[in-house]
Design a protein around this ligand. Sequence first.
Ligand code: ATP
Ligand code: MG
Length: 551
Amino acid sequence: MSNEEIKTNFIHDIIDADLASGKRTQIVTRFPPEPNGYLHIGHAKAICLDFGTAEKYNGKCHLRFDDTNPEAEDEEYVQAIQDDIKWLGFDWGENLFWASNYFDQMYSYAVELIKKGKAYVCELSQEAFKDYRGIPTEPGKEPPGRQNTIEENLALFEKMKNGEFEDGACVLRARIDMASPNLHLRDPALYRIKRAHHHNTGDTWCIYPMYDFAHCIEDSIEGVTHSMCTLEFEVHRPLYDWILQTLEIFQPQQIEFSRLNLTYTVMSKRKLLELVNEKLVDGWDDPRMPTLCGMRRRGFTAAAIRNFCGILGATKVESISEIELFESIVRDDLNETSPRAMAVLDPIKVVLENYPEDQTETFELPNHPKKEELGTRTVPFSRELFIERNDYIDVPPNNKYKGFFVGREVRLRGAYLATCTAVEKDADGNVVFIACTYDPKTKGGSAPDGRKVKGTIHWVSAKHAVDAEIRSYDRLFTEENPLADKEKDFKEFIDPQSLEISTAKIEPVLAQAVPSSRFQFERIGYFCADLDHTPEAPVYNRTLTLRAPRK
Ligand code: ATP
Ligand code: MG
């Protein structure tokens, strides 16, 4: 995996030092998704970093569902997240964990903090507390409850747990420092009352731990040595450390890196959910979504995603990466790995007038110009063919033009040389068909007398062609950063032309392909058989055009 390995440098430097000093002997990381949405390519960066680092150091990476917020979570997401991680090429083995399995332990730790005089029950709502918390440059005010005795707090917390208070009536707070310049250390909430059914613990609990309290304890229980997360958690790190130090339990090291952002898309689960709920896209796996399931359906490869994350590396610099870079990595991968086939997206008919009417022959064409291991396929050929409309022109614009005009000889890829003799048009001047004669002595596409032709074009035998629905996808948004203009709703920037549907003529092998197979349609682009695809009703998604469009 060398070219895909994340160039973490600074994170690996920290780990190297910990191993050298003997502070750590085995490396344990974790990827902790909240099952409240599908994974996107930003998560892929975290996954590559968490699993990749564990791989590099022969350690372990846990998959831990951070299911401490029952309202937003759903079983549907739990399965999808596992499928996506496996598709990316990573495996947690036996190390699948649930934050909710630690609820008893977390409760005991909360009781322990109270017993140490380090936590108290406070009746202020989150809103009312803001007033007490104050602003960084001035000390806050002492919240009510801060002077409760340990016994009072133990009794109140027990009542919270037993459901003797309304939702939101009080919280358990850490007793840290109401004057700290770091607002996260001004007596943050640790537990809240919320009557919500939990997918794992059912109705056992009516109090749930807050993220900051739960996450460090989960890491500690699992013996995570290096807990990587995104930069917004940097200001939470003193609280992470405070909780574990006060409880005197195993202390992982939290390390922050910058989020992955991409141009022409949005990356937050909440915003992606909005697109799904408002039916602005066709579900989480719409091929225009930056979700892993959307990218998979589009035809992007796991290898390209891993490579992209590897090239970006992990730093502390906030930035937006260019989608063009990602697309070029996808093209490089698909160019190497996808079999070629022929499809005509905007067909006109060619009639080979000297080819016997009822004759059919087949050609055995290589699936890849350079990779013999990709094998060959059988392509039928007959008197009538389809070619692209723009491979015929009345008058060539310049001498670079590769297609037919009357008098021009062209190579029909892998079959014969043929010369255009006439064009048949309807009353409106549209081409009905072009007439050609083929040279039977050029079977396979080369002339025994060594004469050269300027162009090679793709074709599909009309008699054997199958109609396919083509879904041509483009970037979902017209703006590089749809979130830049705070005055506007990002959904206003959706490109109505980001999906265009048409019908193409495809060669038989493309109809027979199984869903998710990827191909390069020669001279056109990269395409992937959709999940809806069947041999009777073929459907192909355009992954990318063959080359990046010129700016
Ligand atoms: P979102 O902001 O999209 O809702 P999240 O951070 O709430 O994402 P989690 O399920 O909590 O989603 O994320 C799991 C892990 O993935 C976390 O460690 C988080 O830091 C990381 N992660 C999420 N988004 C990105 C991103 N854009 N780039 C890198 N890592 C990310
Ligand atoms: Mg989150």
